[in-house]
Structure formats: structure tokens, C-alpha cells
Design a protein around this ligand. Structure first.
Ligand SMILES: [Zn+2]
Length: 470
């Protein structure tokens, strides 16, 4: 009931916002001019020599140079012909694990038990999680990520780190059946999630969420309790889903409590878990019927082709899901499974993996891949009315990508340049919620010297402990 009421109120607010005042001419806060504007709106509108006008946290106007006569702002950025596009959305991460990035990389067998679990058991603390989250958010902001979805522990500390940098976070507190750093009791994550949601709901950048780990680690009772919490609070529900071949086998073969003969998706459907609020990560082991179910239920999908390649977990039918109009966007997964956390690197993987899987070099146009990284991510989070494209009335989440260094030239097709030629370093400026978070590759909101001190101390401690694991 309360979710319904708040959704209705939200609709009224959005409609009011769209009705007039935001597009009125006159004073604004920030104008970007002389830009190649890729709006990523429904018709793929592009403005050469384009202009974007920001008022407060909102896009007041998007169009051609004619707008310059209608709006004034103290802050004007001359894009010099560079690309201006919606912020990129990273739909799947475990940001704090950046503290352990690069450990156990040399073909270690059973890396999960030899490195991940001992490191987490010994090293995790509120401080580590906050500092590492800040670090990860810095890396993502510099690369043009304006929203990251995360699943970890102490998500309130993740929220602090992410908010400090100034990007958005949809942050899911993990629910799992063994004692972890922030919950001594099995399933204690659920109560933690509720407190976290109460504390952070309504924050302009942070959307708290609940994240049961996966169908093979969380039984129906706790999956459904997590869903009930998400419904009661009107927040997203995050889950790893159909990621592994062994997960599919376990469920299909009816091992333990699982009923025999069902796919992962059908099992989740039959227990009543699938819903619009769900964002599912990976979604590799699915067939046509599964995809139809996911579409009917409005489940969002995070496609993580770089992590899936690196870990050899499988090639997702992302191209098929995209063309069946599922809500699918891109993610990296955590920095121990996909060391870089930017989306620029994921763009080419998305195209390449789909082409390899289909043995078809025409799969995924560059435009389609960029749309997954922007509107696709927004739709997967049910945030498409607020973010994902540069349209009047939406939040001002904007990225500028420079086009003059050799790797970005020639610029015959900006989408092809973004997907197949760009490096994350080509991102020049990142604006989130109307605030300049990165300008000309400099982070604007973080005390870099103070962060560096904390980061050095933290990684020194991790390095010392890691020696004992080799
Ligand atoms: Zn993951």
C-alpha cells in the first residue's frame, strides 16, 4: 500500500516536473556547449554542435546551439566537439573487494577458498569497506560510471564511500546463511538490510536494497523473506542468478531440497520469487521459456560479459534477451572477478562475446551496446523515468568523452568509437545529479591526500596478511 502511494506520488511529481517549470527559459546552473550530444532517447536523437542545460539536479534543456540564446548560466563548459552522453550504469559489483584486487591471480586452484574467504574473514571491517568503496567509486567516476549497483556487507559503509565521491549507488545488503562480518547469526543480513534501508531511504544518490546471495545458497524461505522486505520498503531486490553450470545442475537434478527437473528461472518462478523489483546478475543458463518468464515478470538483468569470460563461467544469451526486449544492462562484477570496474571496457566485450556465441559478426550494433550501458541499465533498475538518457526533466547524469586523442580518431561513428576504440581514460568529465564529480579527469569532491593515506595503510595490512595465504 505505501509503495503504491509513494509510486503514485512520484508519478504526480514527475508529471508536474515535466509540465512546465524545468523547461522554462532563463537562468540555469550549468551549460555544456559545442558538444556532440548522444541523447540515447527513444529515437536516438543526436545533436551535433549540441547544448545541454542543467538546472539544479535536472536537465532543463537538450538541443542545438539555438538554446544558447535562451539560457544563461555562470558555469559554462565548452566541450570542444567532444561526446556528451548519459552516464554509464554498472549493474553489478562488489566494490569493497577492490582492497583485495590482484591477489591469487596466478592460476591458483580453489581461489575462492584459498583467497576470498580467508581474506574476508580476517580483513573485513567497517573501515576497510568504507575506504575501499570510496576508492572503487573514484575509479568508476573517473571512467564515467554515474550509478553502480552493489552487493556486499556493511552496505551503509559502502553508501558512505560512494556518496562521498558523488555517484549514485543501488546498494544491496547481502542475505546469506552463515556468519559474516556484519551479522553473527545466519541470515542476520536481513535485519541489517532493514536497518540500512530505514537509515538511507530518500537519499538523493543512494538507493538501499536487499540482496539474497543466490538461489543455490539461499533457500525459498529466505528468498521470500528478502522479497517481502523489498516489497514492504519499496526498494530493489538483487540476486546472482543462473551464473554457474553447477548451479543449474544442482537445481535441475533436484539435489537436496530442490524439486527435480526445473531450470533456475522456473524454480524461482514456482516459489513466487520473481518480480519487477528484482535485478538478477549474470543470467547465463537460461532457455527461451526462461527468458519469456523473466520478461513477463519484468526482471532486470545485469549482463557481465567480461567477468564471465575471465572466470570461464559461460556466454550469456544477452543478444537474445536484448532482442526479446528484456530489461538488460551491463555490469562488471566485483574487482576480484573483473579487475576493472568501468563500463567502457565492458562495451566491446558485450559485442564480442555475443558474436562469438552466435558465430555471427553482425550481432549487437555499437548503438545497441551503448543503449544497454545507459537506458538498459536504467530500465533494469526501473529508473528509466529518472536516468538513462539526456531528456528534459530527467536527472542530470552526464558524461563527456573526449574525441581528440589518437585512439578516438577518426570519429565517423561515435557509437563505434565508444564501443570498440575508447579507453576509460577518454572520459573527461562526469556529472551526477547536476553536480560535477569529475572535471577534466580530476575528482572534485574527494580529499585525495587524506584518501591516499588511508588507502596506503589499508593495502599494507592486506599485503601482509596475503603473504600467509601463498
Ligand atoms: Zn557477483
Amino acid at each position: 500500500m505505501s509503495a503504491l502511494v509513494s509510486r503514485t506520488l512520484m508519478t504526480i511529481l514527475v508529471l508536474t516536473a515535466l509540465a512546465a517549470p524545468v523547461s522554462a527559459d532563463g537562468p540555469a546552473d550549468l551549460i555544456i556547449k559545442n558538444a556532440l550530444v548522444l541523447t540515447m532517447d527513444a529515437s536516438g536523437t543526436v545533436h551535433e554542435n549540441g547544448v545541454v542545460v542543467v538546472r539544479g539536479d535536472t536537465l532543463a534543456a537538450v538541443g542545438d546551439a539555438g538554446l544558447l540564446g535562451r539560457f544563461q548560466a555562470e558555469s559554462v563548459i565548452d566541450a570542444g566537439g567532444d561526446i556528451v552522453m548519459p552516464g554509464m550504469i554498472n549493474l553489478h559489483n562488489h566494490i569493497p573487494m577492490v582492497a583485495f584486487r590482484g591477489l591469487g591471480e596466478n592460476g591458483v586452484e580453489n581461489r575462492l577458498f584459498k583467497f576470498f574467504f580467508p581474506l574476508e574473514k580476517q580483513m573485513l571491517s567497517r573501515d576497510l569497506i568504507r575506504i575501499a568503496s570510496r576508492h572503487g567509486a573514484m575509479e568508476m567516476a573517473l571512467a564515467g560510471v554515474t550509478l553502480v549497483a552493489d552487493m556486499y556487507y556493511h552496505e551503509d559503509e559502502v553508501a558512505r564511500g560512494v556518496a562521498e565521491v558523488g555517484i549514485r549507488g543501488v546498494l544491496g545488503e547481502t542475505v546469506i546463511g552463515f556468519p559474516v562480518v556484519d551479522a553473527a547469526e545466519p541470515w542476520g543480513g536481513l535485519a541489517y538490510a532493514e536497518r540500512f534501508i530505514e537509515e538511507w531511504k530518500g537519499h538523493p544518490l543512494i538507493t538501499p536494497a536487499v540482496a539474497p546471495h543466490a538461489p543455490y545458497t539461499v533457500p525459498p524461505e529466505w528468498l521470500l523473506r528478502s522479497k517481502a522486505l523489498a516489497e514492504r520498503q519499496g526498494v530493489p531486490l538483487l540476486l546472482h542468478m543462473a551464473e554457474f553450470a553447477h548451479e543449474r545442475r544442482l537445481i535441475k537434478d533436484g539435489v537436496g531440497e530442490f524439486p527435480e527437473g526445473k531450470s533456475v528461472v522456473r524454480y524461482l518462478e514456482d516459489i513466487g520469487f520473481l518480480c519487477d523489483a528484482l535485478l538478477a546478475a549474470h543470467v547465463i543458463y537460461v532457455d527461451e521459456e526462461d527468458m519469456a518468464i523473466l520478461k513477463r515478470r519484468g526482471v532486470g538483468v545485469s549482463h557481465n560479459p567480461k567477468a564471465n569470460s575471465r572466470g570461464a563461467t559461460g556466454m550469456s544469451p544477452a543478444w537474445e534477451m536484448f532482442h526479446q526486449d528484456l530489461d538488460i544492462g551491463l555490469g562488471t562484477d566485483g574487482p576480484m572477478g573483473s579487475n576493472q570496474m568501468d563500463i567502457v571496457n565492458v562495451l566491446s566485450y558485450a559485442a564480442s562475446v555475443a558474436r562469438l556465441r552466435g558465430q555471427d559478426g553482425t550481432r549487437f550494433t555499437p548503438y545497441e551496446v551503448v543503449s544497454m550501458a545507459t537506458m538498459g541499465g536504467a530500465r533494469a533498475l526501473d529508473m528509466e523515468d529518472e536516468i538513462g538518457s539526456l531528456e528534459v526533466g530527467k536527472k542530470a547524469d552526464i558524461v563527456m568523452v573526449e574525441t581528440h586523442t589518437p585512439n578516438m580518431q577518426p570519429l565517423y561513428d561515435p557509437y563505434a568509437a565508444l564501443v570498440f576504440s575508447a579507453y576509460p581514460e577518454n572520459v573527461r568529465t562526469t556529472i551526477v545529479n547536476g553536480e560535477v564529480v569529475v572535471q577534466d579527469r580530476i575528482l572534485r569532491k574527494v580529499d585525495l591526500a587524506a584518501h591516499e593515506l588511508e588507502w596506503q595503510a589499508l593495502t599494507k595490512r592486506v599485503a601482509e596478511f596475503a603473504k600467509s595465504l601463498e
